[in-house]
Design a protein around this ligand. Structure first.
Ligand SMILES: Cc1cc2nc3c(=O)[nH]c(=O)nc-3n(C[C@H](O)[C@H](O)[C@H](O)COP(=O)(O)O)c2cc1C
Length: 363
């Protein structure tokens, strides 16, 4: 068997990883009423390996944080109790399990909000997209700009949710500061038009994110905190005029906080000579961050092995391939063919179909 960089062990702070294949966070919309369900225990444990790092789907920190159907929360005691058997199932297989936490901000509408209230954001700039990634119609309302007095409450929601996640047994949490959701709505100047200490300069736009990370660190310890960033994407119309500066600024600031890892998402793949290529834009970010670095976005076995071998990253997270191949590390080890993911069931709500029914390799 050829030696593969992805299959070499790695010490991520307090966590001994047996390999470098991480399961990327993926929303699955099967947590009815925002309560994690027993079928999630099967789904995640199918993908757990001894010493393998798994990150959950984005999980809400409060009743104002939601923006998609049937996504889980971690802000009530009921949520914590419901997560426990799921975490236990992953731990039973020796997996290391981080809970990704989000607030959707303006990527929500009144139907997801308590008392039908208006979703909040860094500004009152609305998402004007009319069609989603999957071709679904979109109609986002104009959000309400958070007041200075309200911001500490949201920071506190993240802190309490992190405590809840640890109480549920998670090994750590990942702050979702990517993909156009609330934290990124503060980070990027394409959305953030504030004139107070949370807007304008890079330092000011980063303040909300860094306050959240610091509050969580104070609550659960820096060695259990990861942060996910996507400076080079413009999902949900969240773009920045200088993503390179944003990437390096955040990496330096988070480096000082000694968090467990920084998780960067690549820009969209580009077509070069007819072949889809990953732009590999994250090297300056990785260099500016002294802790563990995770990359994701379009990686396969070959490209993942290459970037680990080159020292471009420490770990590689796989999304769609892990979704469709519960035994992905085993398949990589054997260079076995992969099952193709079925996009049509990414966000459907069946407890089995497109979720726990993807096949394992035959013995
Ligand atoms: C069904 C699905 C749900 C996703 N949900 C999330 C999410 O909850 N949080 C997040 O940070 N990224 C989410 N993503 C993005 C993935 O984590 C990953 O960045 C993306 O799929 C690109 O990586 P890949 O090419 O390995 O799939 C989602 C992707 C998919 C396909």
């Amino acid at each position: 068997m050829e030696a593969q960089p992805l299959l070499t062990p790695y010490q991520m702070g307090r966590f001994q990883l047996a390999h470098r294949i991480v399961m990327a966070p993926m929303t699955r919309s099967r947590s009815y009423g925002n309560v994690p369900q027993p079928h999630a225990a099967l789904y995640y444990s199918q993908r757990a390996t001894k010493g393998g790092l798994l990150i959950t789907e984005a999980t809400g920190v409060s009743d104002t944080s939601q923006g998609y159907p049937e996504t889980p929360g971690v802000w009530t005691e009921e949520h914590v109790e419901a997560w426990k058997p799921i975490v236990d199932a992953v731990h039973a297989k020796g997996g290391i399990f981080f809970c990704q936490m989000w607030h959707c901000g303006r990527a929500s509408d009144d139907s997801y909000q308590p008392n039908g209230q208006t979703p909040v954001s860094s500004s009152d700039r609305r998402i004007t997209l009319e069609v989603g990634e999957g071709g679904e119609p979109l109609n986002y309302p104009t959000p309400r700009k958070l007041t200075l007095e309200e911001i500490p409450q949201i920071v506190n929601d993240f802190r309490l949710a992190a405590r809840n996640a640890i109480n549920a047994g998670f090994d750590g949490i990942e702050v979702h500061a990517a993909n156009g959701y609330l934290i990124e709505q503060f980070l990027k100047d394409g959305v953030n038009d504030r004139a107070d200490k949370y807007g304008g300069s890079l330092e000011n736009r980063a303040r909300f994110c860094l306050e959240i990370v610091q509050a969580i660190i104070d609550e659960i310890g820096a060695d259990r905190v990861g942060v996910r960033l996507s400076p080079f994407l413009d999902l949900l119309q969240c773009s920045d005029s200088n993503p390179d500066a944003l990437a390096v600024y955040m990496a330096e600031a988070l480096s000082k906080l000694n968090i467990a890892y920084l998780h960067g998402i690549e820009p969209r793949m580009v077509r070069v000579d007819g072949k889809m290529m990953i732009p590999h834009a994250l090297l300056p970010m990785k260099k500016a961050f002294k802790g563990t670095f995770i990359v994701s976005g379009g990686y396969d076995r070959e490209e993942g092995n290459k970037v680990v071998a080159e020292g471009y990253t420490d770990l590689v997270a796989f999304g769609r391939r892990f979704l469709a191949n519960p035994d992905l590390p085993k398949r990589f080890e054997l260079n076995a063919p992969l099952t193709k993911y079925d996009r049509s069931t990414f966000y459907t709500q069946d407890p089995v179909v497109g979720y726990t029914d993807y096949p394992f390799l035959q013995a």
